[in-house]
Design a protein around this ligand. Structure first.
Ligand code: AMP
Length: 204
């Protein structure tokens, strides 16, 4: 196939650029989100990172978020939804975004649908990283020691996995019914996972 500038721009226009990456804590979402977003020239938007930046900056939002994060609980939907709504309204997210760690509840799914509808757009794909829970615990304990994350202690990790199974895993069915989910083995080496994500995006 010859690649003319026109064909290239058509490809770029039709490529999946409004994306979610989902999976349990420790699945490698953050690492992969940054790589994929960079390749697609879209922002990787991690609600966890935004909360952590607010915790470090000791903002009002940070103080509130920390009280939930340290227990492995979700920050209330109203707070999280408002934060994402204003982030998605920023200029750099106009032509695409990769949301990492949002939505995490059914209420957040509805809020995201509403925001995207207001913006006149919709999701293209949901990338699901599939991992073994026990493997994830080992990874997170190691990360907690390395980065000093206060929510990466074994007890909090187990609670976060329970909260994920209870509140977030059901979202996969919702997106599955919409035909948006692409499953990728998250247990492989980092570069292999990135390659599989790339393939999933290309095969849309
Ligand atoms: P993460 O870095 O995505 O694992 O998020 C770390 C913590 O931030 C979570 O355990 C929650 O306390 C909070 N958080 C991040 N994203 C959300 C969200 N979408 N809804 C509620 N809380 C969130």
């Amino acid at each position: 196939m010859t690649s003319t500038p026109d064909a290239a721009s058509t490809d770029a226009a039709s490529a999946a650029r409004r994306l979610l990456i989902v999976g349990p804590p420790g699945a490698g979402k953050g690492t992969q989100a940054v790589r994929i977003a960079e390749e697609l020239s879209i922002p990787a938007i991690s609600t966890g990172d935004i909360f952590r930046a607010n915790v470090s900056g000791r903002t009002e939002l940070g103080v509130l978020a920390k009280s939930y994060m340290d227990k492995g609980e979700y920050v209330p939907d109203s707070v999280t939804n408002d934060m994402v709504r204003s982030r998605l309204a920023q200029e750099d997210a106009r032509d695409g975004f990769l949301l990492d760690g949002y939505p995490r509840t059914l209420d957040q799914v509805e809020a995201l649908d509403a925001v995207l509808e207001e913006l006149g757009t919709s999701l293209d794909l949901v990338l699901l990283l599939v991992v073994e829970p026990e493997e994830v615990i080992g990874r997170l304990v190691a990360r907690g020691a390395e980065l000093g994350r206060s929510d990466d202690t074994e007890e909090t990790i187990r609670h976060r996995l329970d909260v994920y199974a209870e509140q977030t895993a059901p979202l996969i069915d919702v997106y599955q019914r919409r035909g948006l989910v692409r499953r990728v083995d998250g247990m492989a080496a980092i570069d292999e996972v990135t390659a599989s994500l790339r393939e999933a995006l290309a095969a849309r």
